[in-house]
Design a protein around this ligand. Structure first.
Ligand SMILES: Nc1ncnc2c1ncn2[C@@H]1O[C@H](COP(=O)(O)OP(=O)(O)OP(=O)(O)O)[C@@H](O)[C@H]1O
Ligand SMILES: [Mg+2]
Length: 302
């Protein structure tokens, strides 16, 4: 059936009810009232964003990893959630704690939520690098929650009361499958709290494949940045694989994606300088590993 007056699709249901009532009484379309209601509705959905006072300069946070900040225009953008990912034993936990140690050294407050290691085991691990973890815990700068069974509400309470600048979650795979995580309302609440308070965070995630596989999961899309850690065998004679890191993405940043070698030292993760052109060697090795894997897959398919 044809309606007497046009349908006002851009108005809310309540506004349409008001408009229809007056139009029925007047027996004609009420353009003035419709305009007024539209204006009211527009302001209802406008975000309170003060574009005049947005700081154009993105503040950067030191990663704590020697050399890495040079590939990121000076560090992680403040308030970003950075996914640190890779296969088992590639240094994800060490990398993340070193990020917190950089913070506490500068008087920032930090929290480490581990979902798979005991706090004592973590502290022992970190103390081997000479990091004075106990002192920072005693002084109130650092909180470590081991084998955490905390709910998202409890984590939010802790974040609210400790007011950290940096937080690590190690690892998200323990809390949820990648597919469910990004859309879970409880995680979105944590994520929102971190963003609201400009807390820079590391989200550790696990990969069952190396850097040569171009495969991403839902965690990778959720993060503002992705740093992939892996081991690459660079030398056919010396079979010891070399740890490498590669920045796969960092929003709002001009990124140098070339993989960089690093090493574990007595003081934590350090830059590796022994190769004359490490990036080229690593890129060649990664490409080789990828083509070997692809030819392996296609021969399996025959
Ligand atoms: N004090 C140390 N000196 C040298 N290397 C170390 C030291 N402590 C740990 N490592 C190396 O660091 C790597 C593991 O570090 P880490 O626990 O950070 O990795 P991870 O990626 O978090 O592992 P997982 O996947 O099991 O959680 C290992 O390869 C280990 O040999
Ligand atoms: Mg770990």
């Amino acid at each position: 059936m044809k309606t007497k007056f046009p349908i006002h699709t851009t108005l809310s249901a309540d506004a349409i009810k008001v408009l229809e009532r007056y139009e029925k009484e007047l027996g004609a379309k009420n353009v003035v009232l419709e305009k007024a209601l539209l204006n009211l509705d527009n302001t209802r959905f406008k975000a309170k964003l003060d574009t005049q006072n947005i700081d154009r300069l993105i503040k950067r946070v030191d990663s704590g990893i020697p050399g890495l900040d040079d590939f990121l225009e000076g560090g992680y953008p403040k308030g970003f959630a950075v996914v640190v990912t890779g296969p088992p034993g590639t240094g994800k936990t060490t990398f993340s704690m070193q990020f917190l140690m950089e913070g506490v050294k500068n008087g920032e407050r930090c929290i480490f939520f581990s979902f798979e290691e005991r706090a004592q085991q973590l502290v022992q691990h970190f103390m081997r690098f000479g990091w004075d973890v106990g002192k920072y815990i005693d002084d109130g700068y650092l909180e470590i929650f081991g084998i955490s069974m905390l709910t998202s509400e409890e984590m939010m309470e802790i974040i609210d009361s400790h007011k950290p600048d940096r937080v690590v979650f190690d690892s998200l795979n323990v809390i949820s499958a990648p597919g469910d995580f990004r859309t879970s309302t409880s995680w979105r609440a944590v994520h929102r709290l971190l963003k609201k308070n400009l807390i820079t965070s590391i989200l550790v995630t696990e990969k069952s494949h190396g850097i040569d596989m171009k495969q991403f999961d839902e965690f990778d899309f959720l993060g503002d940045g992705i740093i992939f850690l892996d081991f690459i065998q660079t030398n056919d004679i010396d079979t010891t694989p070399m740890p490498v890191m590669s920045v796969q993405k960092m929003r709002a940043t001009k990124v140098d994606h070339t993989p960089q070698p690093f090493r574990f030292t007595n003081t934590g993760i350090a830059k590796y300088r022994a190769l004359s052109n490490p990036s080229q060697i690593l890129q060649d090795k990664i490409a080789k590993r990828r083509s070997e894997r692809l030819s392996h897959v296609s021969s399996d398919e025959v």
